[in-house]
Ligand binder design. Structure first.
Ligand SMILES: Nc1ncnc2c1ncn2[C@@H]1O[C@H](COP(=O)(O)OP(=O)(O)OP(=O)(O)O)[C@@H](O)[C@H]1O
Length: 248
């Protein structure tokens, strides 16, 4: 079985640009995650967490580049040829970046934004089925139905983050990347995030969570990779996941 995430001595750098010297933001990162597994990335400010999360999302236009080692996500190589494979893999990756809350819906209401995302991933669904899926997504993100006709600027920042989560869950991601999803937000966001992680893993998806928040990380059973100034410095095994109950 191919690993969902495979990193071997990966280094990532920001290229030189006018007025800014290039620099290596991350080096020597190795990791492997199979379907259903997860990892927490922790570390201080500037340790390289968001840089790694962004590269692994395969979103185009990242300012950073892989400058050493090798890596792949959902079978797509992180560097070199493989644009087609990266595009296919990207469609199966959910990525909730840090601080991008304002732009999540464009000029649409929550209902329209979620329905659009559901249709993108399931072109054959009829309107009632799309509506049902949207209602499920709201439930999964612990949002009330009353947010459906709101625009992003009419939501609290915690609600916006949960809408961002629902948008990423709409495609049933095989790999879900959450970058500091609870930082600075109201405590209602935490259970929505923790439940989403557990649900994605239970469905066979893989999760990368960037977080330093003890309450969130402690509520999960995931291993923790700690970075310090661009270098991995510690790895803590996760707690064993509870066995599934055996039905008689
Ligand atoms: N667009 C950029 N251009 C050049 N350097 C950058 C850019 N973005 C981040 N860096 C640098 O890369 C390094 C890692 O930054 P990164 O944002 O990945 O760290 P982080 O661990 O996510 O920090 P935080 O917890 O503050 O979000 C830092 O030295 C940072 O200054």
């Amino acid at each position: 079985m191919t690993a969902v995430l495979s990193l071997d001595d990966l280094s990532i750098g920001y290229p030189m640009r006018p007025g800014h010297a290039g620099h290596v933001a991350l080096s020597g990162v190795s990791a492997s995650l199979d379907a259903g597994e997860g990892l927490i990335l922790s570390g201080g400010a500037g340790s390289g967490k968001s840089t790694l999360a962004r590269i692994l999302s395969l979103r185009p236009g990242a300012p950073a580049r892989v400058v050493g080692g090798t890596g792949s996500v959902l079978g797509a190589p992180l560097r070199g040829f493989g644009h087609g494979a990266r595009k296919r893999a990207r469609a199966r990756i959910g990525y909730l970046p840090q601080r991008e809350q304002g732009a999540i819906l464009g000029m649409q209401t929550v209902a329209a934004g979620l329905a659009q995302r559901v249709r993108q991933h399931n072109p054959g669904l009829d309107d009632p089925a799309v509506g049902q899926r949207v209602a499920h997504l709201l439930d999964d993100a612990r949002l009330p139905l009353s947010v459906l006709d709101r625009f992003a600027n009419e939501l609290s920042s915690g609600q916006r983050q949960r809408v961002g989560l629902a948008l990423q869950l709409a495609g049933d991601p095989k790999f879900l990347i959450l970058d500091e999803p609870t930082a600075g937000l109201d405590p209602n966001v935490r259970p929505a995030i923790a439940e989403a992680i557990t649900r994605v893993q239970a469905a066979g998806g893989t999760v990368l969570l960037v977080s330093n928040e003890p309450d969130l990380c402690g509520s999960l059973t995931l291993p923790i990779l700690t970075l310090d100034r661009g270098t991995p410095v510690a790895y803590t095994e996760g707690a064993p996941r509870p066995a599934k109950p055996v039905s008689a």
